[in-house]
Design a protein around this ligand. Structure first.
Ligand code: ATP
Ligand code: MG
Ligand code: MG
Length: 551
């Protein structure tokens, strides 16, 4: 395998290995909260964490950060497992759940209370926010801050026992109400929520907050490098504080810039809004930036991994051009997609000098990039369909496709020449009458005359109907998070992001398995959808043929 480019995280890891830190182990984790489907941003994090483990001979855990029961669900747990596996990563038996550590988190909280480092506070959420102060002004200490250890232990036990209502009390760390870092101003570490948890059921009615739980999860699993996004940089002192106060194994938190992509929103909350408001067909709608959506659209795991490698790992936020993702996709599809002929906007052509009852079967190569993919038979007869825009009645100079009196090559078949244009009463072109040159079989002639244009086509007697779903970006602006005054991001939805057409396809496409990758010659890359039925395939447009982004 080629050596991968370095980045600042690898530099840190190399130094740690040289110094023999953590017995020279490398152990990372990917810690999703199961409150939605994974998106392309998560894919970056997955590739980084699993990639580092692989490169340095270490391990990477899949850990569900399931500490917030109200928003979590087993549907999400299952989808996450499927998506990480599909991306090509393996966590073996290291699938963990933060909820399995609830008893341990509780003990840790009790230890903090015993050390005088945590207290039960009766202020409500609003009061806590108001007394927190701001960057210019120190916060006010809670009137409950100096409760005795005994009273705190008793109240915390009673919180656990379910004696209080949601929001009535919280447990707070006792740190510093005048810290310049707001996260250190006595953060809440436990809250009351009488909510059913998808794994622990009704066993708990208090749940730990993210900042408290996350470091402990890392610590329990002996994670060496805890990699997270930049927003958590200001939380690192708190991460370190908990682990130091508790005197437990201390992983190193390292922050990197999250992935942002043009024409996309990438927060689970917003993606959930799209699903709930039925602005898309579901989490796996091919226009969604979710891994499930990208998969259904026709992305390959390789293309997503290559993309993650190409954008690299940086310390400052930026927005990546969606075209870069498509570039990686096209590169991979060009290698693997089976070439087929499908006419998406048909115009009938009658070849008047071709024998009425004759049918020929031409050999067509499946993939010029890979000879091993072989050939298939494509039928040809007197009536074929070509794309409507491969004909022009009144063409400009240097038009090499079909026009009156001009020849064009039908891929794999013959040269045809347009002899007559047939129109209806309104003057719309309904069909073309052409002649063919029997000596041009296979697409060339002995006389070596130049026929520049080559078109795809299907036999009108053999083709089948296919439903083709043509997609554009889901949003019409490059930065859809920025909404017009008084509106939310859904105001930026592109009303034309899906167009469905009936296309005519060569008969080899009558029976397709979902997720097969095709290049419709001259049209684009397409992937068969799970909605396909026998004799009536459905295809999603994956990406166009042309590059809009150059390396
Ligand atoms: P979102 O903000 O989209 O709702 P999240 O950060 O709340 O996502 P988690 O399930 O907590 O979602 O994330 C799991 C891991 O994926 C975290 O380590 C997080 O840092 C990382 N991650 C999430 N979004 C991105 C992104 N856009 N780019 C890179 N990594 C990301
Ligand atoms: Mg989260
Ligand atoms: Mg988030």
């Amino acid at each position: 395998e080629v050596s991968k480019p370095s980045n600042f995280i690898k530099t840190i890891i190399r130094r740690d290995l040289e110094e023999g830190k953590n017995e020279s182990r490398v152990h990372t984790r990917f810690p999703p909260e199961p409150n939605g489907y994974l998106h392309i941003g998560h894919a970056k994090s997955i590739c980084i964490n699993f990639g580092l483990a692989k490169e340095f001979g270490g391990k990477c855990n899949l850990r569900y950060d399931d500490t917030n029961p109200v928003k979590e669900d087993v549907e999400y747990v299952d989808s996450i497992r499927e998506d990480v596996r599909w991306l090509g990563f393996d966590w073996e038996d290291r699938e963990f759940y933060a909820s399995d550590y609830f008893e341990y988190f509780y003990e840790c909280a009790v230890n903090l209370i015993k050390k005088g480092k945590a207290y039960v506070c009766d202020l409500n959420a609003d009061e806590i926010r108001k007394t927190r102060g701001n960057l210019k002004e120190a916060g006010a200490e809670s009137p409950y801050r100096n409760r005795s250890v005994e009273e705190n232990l008793d109240l915390f036990q009673r919180m656990r026992n379910g004696e209080f209502a949601d929001g009535e009390r919280v447990l707070r760390a006792k740190i510093d109400m005048s810290s310049p870092n707001m996260n250190m101003r006595d953060p809440v570490i436990y809250r009351i929520a009488h909510a059913h948890h998808h794994r622990t059921g009704d066993k708990w009615c208090i749940y730990p907050m993210y900042d408290f739980a996350h470091g402990l999860e890392d610590s329990v699993e002996k994670i060496t490098h805890s990699i997270c996004t930049l927003e958590f940089e200001d939380h690192r002192p708190l991460y370190d504080w908990f682990l130091q106060e508790l005197g437990v194994f201390h992983p190193q938190q390292i922050e990197f810039a999250r992935l942002n992509l043009t024409y996309t929103v990438m927060s689970k909350r917003k993606l959930l809004t799209l699903v709930e408001k039925k602005l898309v067909s579901g989490w796996d709608d091919p226009r969604m930036p979710t891994i499930a959506g990208l998969r259904r659209r026709g992305f390959t795991p390789e293309s997503i991994r290559n993309f993650a490698e190409m954008i690299g790992v940086a310390k400052s936020n930026s927005i990546v051009d969606y075209g870069q993702l498509e570039f990686c996709l096209r590169e991979d599809l060009n290698k693997i997609a089976q070439r087929v002929m499908v006419v998406t906007d048909p115009l009938k052509v009658v070849i008047t000098n071709y024998p009425e009852d004759q049918v020929e079967w031409f050999d067509a190569e499946n993939n010029p990039e890979n000879e091993a993919d072989g050939t298939r038979k494509v039928p040809f007869c007197r009536e074929v369909y070509i794309e409507r825009d491969d004909f022009m009645e009144d063409p400009p100079k240097k038009y090499f496709r079909l026009s009156p009196g001009q020849e064009m090559r039908l891929k794999h078949a013959y040269y045809i020449k347009c002899e007559e244009v047939i129109k209806d009463a309104e003057g719309n072109i309904t069909e073309l009458h052409c002649s063919y040159d029997p000596a041009s079989r296979g697409g060339w002639t002995e006389d070596g005359r130049k026929v520049k244009g080559t078109a795809h086509w299907v036999s009108a007697r053999h083709c089948i109907e296919a439903e083709v779903r043509l997609y554009e970006h889901l949003f019409s602006t490059p930065n859809p998070d920025k909404a017009p005054e008084g509106m939310d991001f859904t105001a930026n939805i592109n009303p034309d992001s899906l167009k469905v057409v009936t296309a005519y396809a060569e008969p080899s496409l009558a029976e397709v398995e979902p997720m097969q990758k095709y290049q419709f010659l001259r049209v684009g890359y397409f992937t068969s959808d799970k909605d396909s039925v026998s004799g009536k395939p459905v295809f999603n447009k994956t990406v166009g043929l042309k590059d809009s982004w150059a390396k």
